[in-house]
Design a protein around this ligand. Structure first.
Ligand SMILES: *Cc1c(COP(=O)(O)O)cnc(C)c1O
Length: 256
């Protein structure tokens, strides 16, 4: 299924709306798993709540969400502080991060999915050591080759990850990518296939202390394709929360 065929999502404004949207997404995940002979338990749905205000996030929480993705660290930090009363709510930072903001991520995030430089790895590790915490990290890969997307080029990933065992507070879990934004499946799928091949190579050649079990790929428009190609985490915003007013070009200049 492509984005063009996906059922439109309702702008969820009640706990019931969230339950319905979450059910619908879980069903689509199950169908994609069935098509590719996979167990739905092996695919984690990470709801992405960027731009969504606190009141509606609390509804999503009431509907069962316990782990949320946010693209911008400042927004994520503010939300985590505003909702500190929800003690079992965890946060994943999934967007590009400047090294000078590593201290914020180190403070509250459970997971960081956009590791793309050694400078940032060093900054995160230092701040985490200070906080006495560790962090699950995903290495971001630019699987589409577009200038608008962050991440390492696939051919640079092995050299990069060979340096990561030096950063003891980072628990490397796998890879993250954004595919080409296109309704043309024939152009999107190869991005995901590239990631699957890369994971296979890393499992053989990367340092043994690192784990590359996780593949975070797929968004509202393409998560079924991503699952068919091996995604273990899908990051889904609009299909759960409803359409965003902010265009994609706000996050990835040159697209949308
Ligand atoms: C916003 C965002 C998503 C989710 O996109 P939707 O189209 O809302 O599903 C996934 N990954 C990243 C990195 C994002 O910033």
């Amino acid at each position: 299924m492509t984005a063009a065929q996906a059922p439109p999502s309702v702008a969820a404004s009640s706990v019931e709306d969230f339950r319905a949207n979450l059910d619908a997404v879980h069903k689509r995940i199950a169908q994609a798993c069935a098509r590719s002979g996979r167990d739905p338990k092996d695919v984690r749905l990470l709801p992405v709540s960027k731009t969504v205000p606190e009141a509606r996030i609390r509804m999503a929480y009431a509907a069962g969400c316990r782990f949320l993705g946010e693209n911008r660290v400042q927004e994520a930090l503010e939300k985590s502080e505003a909702m500190a009363d929800l003690t079992d709510l965890k946060w994943s930072v999934i967007g590009h991060l400047q090294s000078n903001k590593a201290k914020y991520v180190a403070r509250f995030a459970q997971e960081f999915q956009a590791l793309d430089s050694l400078k940032l790895a060093g900054a995160l590790d230092r701040r985490l050591q200070i906080e006495g915490r560790s962090l699950d990290v995903f290495v971001q890969v630019n699987s589409s080759g577009e200038d608008s997307k962050f991440g390492l080029p696939p051919e640079g990933v092995l050299d990069f990850v060979r340096q990561l065992p030096a950063f003891g507070a980072l628990r490397v879990r796998g890879l993250m990518t954004l595919a080409l934004f296109s309704r043309d499946e024939a152009r999107v799928r190869p991005c995901f296939q590239r990631m699957r091949d890369l994971r296979k190579m890393l499992r053989q050649d990367a340092p043994e202390s690192l784990s590359f079990d996780e593949l975070s790929m797929g968004m509202s428009g393409d998560f079924e394709l991503a699952i068919e190609e091996g995604a273990t985490v899908v990051r889904v915003g609009q299909a759960i929360f409803g359409p965003r007013k902010t265009p994609d070009s706000h996050y990835w200049p040159g697209t949308g």
